[in-house]
Design a binder for this molecule. Sequence first.
Ligand SMILES: *[C@@H]1O[C@H](CO)[C@@H](O)[C@H](O)[C@H]1NC(C)=O
Length: 305
Amino acid sequence: MAASTSRFDPLTDIPDLHGRVAIVTGANAGIGLYTVYFLAKRGAKVYLGARSEAKAQAAIARLREEGLGEDEGELVWLDIDLSDPRKAKQAARWFMEREVRLDILGDPTSSHISPYLFTKTLLPVLRRTALQPDSDVRIVNLTSVLHRWAKKPRYDSLEAFNQDFGTSANAEFNLYGYTKLANILWTSKLQRLFDMEKCPIITVAVHPGKVLSEGNVRTLMRLPMGRAWVWAASQFFLTSAEGAYTSIFAAASPMVKERPEEYKGKYMVPFGRIETPSIYAQSDALAEDLWQTTEQVIADFGFDS
Ligand SMILES: *[C@@H]1O[C@H](CO)[C@@H](O)[C@H](O)[C@H]1NC(C)=O
């Protein structure tokens, strides 16, 4: 495990989380995995979203290898397939049959409709938890500084959603930016809903920093002198564990609860700093379009029944 690179150290700055329940989707590698690590280390019961039990068990084994310590919270596999909206919804229902509370929902995935349905289905249990004494409910959505790449974004129709970005590298960046912009817009919209209901849930969109993922390492290793490339890259990039610092700050730092007005619905960068996102990410109109179109798509495809 890498040494702490900031004043924020998840190993010491996160309060005891016994009695809290968390879900992390996409938990079998990278930032998701290490987010689970820090939560479980402080005693939270964590549901790890993964597509197969084998993947979840392998993740749990890796976490134990890192050393979860004697406070280790319970780790449970959440059977979720985020390529299928219906299954995403089923997973949320399954969870709600087993648990009466949900304190932390973390979402490092990149698609839109399935995570939308998943989160939406969980809203009742999140709201109920927020009414409990001493509750501190947070929703963390992973975004990226690359949301700034989205050029002339539109979310006002299904066509806009599915727009053909082509296949050039530039187009791929644009698509990525578009998705990451959606994460920020969604976060701010969701926060406005909670605020209107006077519900104390806090939502945050997190840019984890530039992380050298395991996938990146594998790609570099395939190059001539792969090892040297990996070493060079590691001088500029964060490890996956460090990549989880900002998520864990958003999910569990007491500072966020102490100063909600500073953090609610905001865009957070390493390590726990609030930054102003792109001009599009601040647009209420775009957030509204995204919301309405998503609702429409879900209704049209009958996913909500
Ligand atoms: C994250 O943002 C996406 C919108 O791009 C949304 O569908 C998803 O539900 C969000 N996840 C959480 C946990 O709020």
